[in-house]
Design a binder for this molecule. Structure first.
Ligand code: DC
Length: 231
C-alpha cells in the first residue's frame, strides 16, 4: 500500500480546481474538501441574517452560531457542506453569495475559525483540498502543492456555460466583472492572500482539456507517492 499524502490545490476563482481535486480524489481514493464552500456557507448565513458582511463587529458575534460539517453523499460521491445541520450545497454558488464571499474571506476571525477546522481534516493525510491558502497556511507541509490558473476570459466563459446549463439567467460581462473583482480581492487582501510561492507546481489549463490536466496532476502524485514510499 502506498502512503497517502495531502494535496493542496490553490488558484484563482473558477479555474477548475474543484474538478481536478474531484478527479484526483476519486482516482486515489482520497477525501476531497472544497474549502471555498466553507467561506460560502458562512456568507450565506450572514446574508440570511441581514448582516453587513464588511462590518467586523457585526460578523464576529454570529460566528459562534455557525456550525459546519461535511457529509458524504454516496449518490454523487462527494462530501457536501452542511450549515447548522442543513445541506446548503444548492444555495452557496448563486451570484448573491458569490458577490459577497470575497469580503467575508478577508475577515480574519472567519479565517481563523475555518483554517482550524481545515487543518484538523488533514491530520490523517489522504486529503485533496482546494482553495487560496491551502499550500501556504492550511497544509504548509503538503507533499504536493498545485497552483492552477487560466485566463480570466476563459474562466468567465466556462462559468457562464456552466450556469447557463443549470438554467440560470446570467450575463457574461457580469461574471467577468465578478471574477476580476474576486481575483483582485483574493490576491491583495492582508490575511492569507492567494500567493504563488516556489514550492508550487503551476498548472495553466487555458488550453488543456480536463483529461489532459488530470494526466499531468496524476503523474505528479505518482512521482511523489513513489518517493514517499521508498524505504
Ligand atoms: O473557490 P471559491 O470560489 O468557491 O471560493 C469562494 C471565496 O472564498 C473566494 O473569494 C476565495 C475565498 N477562499 C479563500 O479565501 N480561502 C480558501 N481557502 C478558499 C476560498
Amino acid at each position: 500500500m502506498f502512503p497517502k499524502i495531502n494535496i493542496a490545490i490553490d488558484g484563482y476563482s473558477s479555474c477548475g480546481k474543484g474538478t481536478l481535486a474531484k478527479q484526483l480524489a476519486q482516482h486515489f481514493e482520497y477525501v476531497f474538501i472544497d474549502s471555498g464552500s466553507m467561506y460560502r456557507a458562512v456568507t450565506l448565513y450572514l446574508l440570511n441574517h441581514q448582516v453587513d458582511v464588511e462590518l467586523n463587529e457585526a460578523v464576529h458575534p454570529l460566528l459562534e452560531q455557525i456550525e459546519l460539517d461535511f457529509k458524504y453523499n454516496s449518490i454523487n460521491k462527494r462530501y457536501e457542506i452542511h450549515l447548522n445541520g442543513e445541506n446548503v450545497e444548492p444555495f452557496i454558488r448563486d451570484l448573491k453569495v458569490s458577490s459577497k464571499v470575497s469580503m467575508v474571506a478577508k475577515n480574519s476571525d472567519v479565517r481563523r475559525k475555518l483554517v482550524e477546522m481545515q487543518k484538523k481534516m488533514g491530520i490523517s493525510k489522504g486529503v485533496v483540498m482546494d482553495g487560496r491558502d491551502i499550500g501556504t497556511v492550511v497544509f504548509p507541509d503538503a507533499e504536493l502543492k498545485i497552483f492552477m490558473t487560466a485566463s480570466v476570459e476563459v474562466r468567465a466563459q466556462r462559468r457562464f456555460d456552466e450556469m447557463n446549463k443549470m438554467g440560470e439567467a446570467v450575463i457574461y460581462e457580469d461574471i467577468l466583472q465578478n471574477l476580476t473583482q474576486r481575483d483582485f480581492i483574493d490576491s491583495s487582501r492582508d490575511d492569507s492572500p492567494l500567493t504563488l510561492t516556489n514550492d508550487y507546481r503551476v498548472l495553466d489549463n487555458s488550453k488543456l482539456s480536463q483529461a489532459e490536466q488530470f494526466e499531468i496532476a496524476k503523474t505528479w502524485v505518482e512521482e511523489i507517492v513513489l518517493i514517499e514510499g521508498k524505504p
